[in-house]
Design a binder for this molecule. Structure first.
Ligand SMILES: [Zn+2]
Ligand SMILES: [Zn+2]
Length: 318
């Protein structure tokens, strides 16, 4: 099975995104790049270098529905005359190219984010969503955990690996234990568990970091020999990276618990203390990171949680 990495530029801070071409019948791409002219040109050029046209694509598989990964899904599908688009059902919040705004707002209020910051984050998100076309529910086919994507000469096993987003998926080729993992595994960056409503109960938030650690352990149990991530170079030593991630999580847990004062702190207070210089999109990611770590510490009873009106306030465990 021939896997070709195509690096596609994005207008985002993260830099280029990886699209993976599975040069097999049915011709498949995993992720697409954002909806920009530069991205579709790069995708076209990458396909051409591998001997294909965009219109040859029969199947578009999305690791998750962030704009840099899914933005071109509709354009590619249309040019490829109704290629199939697959994504996990838990990506609903993102895949319409809009956050369920009211649900997110409530999560941000609970995290103690001030009203004017929430308004700024909304405006920022309005800017980001232009980089993806929306598709209706019936235009997607679902990815199911433990099912297989079939190809003429083999298959990829679908692994639901939530954490970065609720519906993030990875794809394992068992013959040589190579893995395509989207933003679940990145060589240089520790993936951010992004603040999301729980797909099963949108009034609650998704326990992203706890889920992420389970997903990482599950990937580790596959003993991958090579991991293709959503950004940057492939990872040859997953075991080393796994331990590095766990150390980073533990270190941050210590840091976050240390910021929880007797007088009580919100996730927003913790985010500002950890990332005093974060601006625009990074404020949202900073809050995501703070909430994810506070949730994990609270679930392990290392800190206490009280409600103050609509806002959650954390205090040292008693
Ligand atoms: Zn992502
Ligand atoms: Zn990404």
């Amino acid at each position: 099975m021939r896997v070709v990495r195509i690096s596609v530029p994005t207008p985002f801070y993260v830099g280029p995104v990886n699209v993976y071409l599975i040069a097999e019948d049915p011709l498949t791409i995993i992720d697409t790049g954002p909806k920009t002219k530069e991205a579709i040109d790069a995708l076209r050029a990458g396909l051409r270098a591998a001997g294909f046209l965009l219109s040859d694509i029969r199947r578009i598989v999305l690791t998750h529905a962030h704009e840099d990964h899914c933005g071109l899904a509709r354009a590619v599908r249309d040019e490829a005359k109704n290629a199939e688009v697959l994504v996990h059902e838990w990506e609903t919040g993102h895949r319409h190219s809009r956050l369920e705004y009211e649900e997110h707002r409530q999560l941000l209020v609970r995290a103690g984010v001030p009203e004017e910051e929430i308004e700024m984050m909304r405006r920022m998100y309005d800017g980001v969503r232009q980089y993806a076309d929306s598709l209706a529910d019936h235009e997607y086919a679902p990815l199911w955990d433990e099912n297989e994507l079939q190809f003429a000469s083999g298959s990829l096993r679908i692994l639901h690996t939530p954490g970065h987003t609720p519906g993030s998926c990875s794809f394992l080729r068992e013959a040589d234990r190579t893995l395509i993992a989207g933003d679940c595994v990145l060589k240089r960056i520790t993936p951010n568990p992004v603040l999301s409503p729980d797909p099963l109960n949108p009034a609650r938030r998704f326990p992203s970091l706890a889920e992420y650690l389970v997903s990482l352990a599950r990937l580790r149990a596959c003993s991958p020999t090579l991991v293709y991530g959503g950004h940057g170079d492939p990872v040859h030593d997953f075991e080393e990276l796994f331990h590095r991630y766990f150390r980073a999580v533990q270190q941050r847990q210590g840091e976050v618990i240390g910021l929880v004062k007797k007088s009580g702190v919100t996730a927003w207070d913790v985010a500002l203390a950890m990332f005093p210089n974060a601006d625009d999109v990074h404020r949202f990611l900073a809050v995501s990171e703070a909430v994810a770590h506070l949730d994990l510490a609270h679930s392990e009873r290392k800190i206490a949680l009280e409600l103050k009106g609509p806002t959650e306030v954390y205090k040292p465990a008693t």
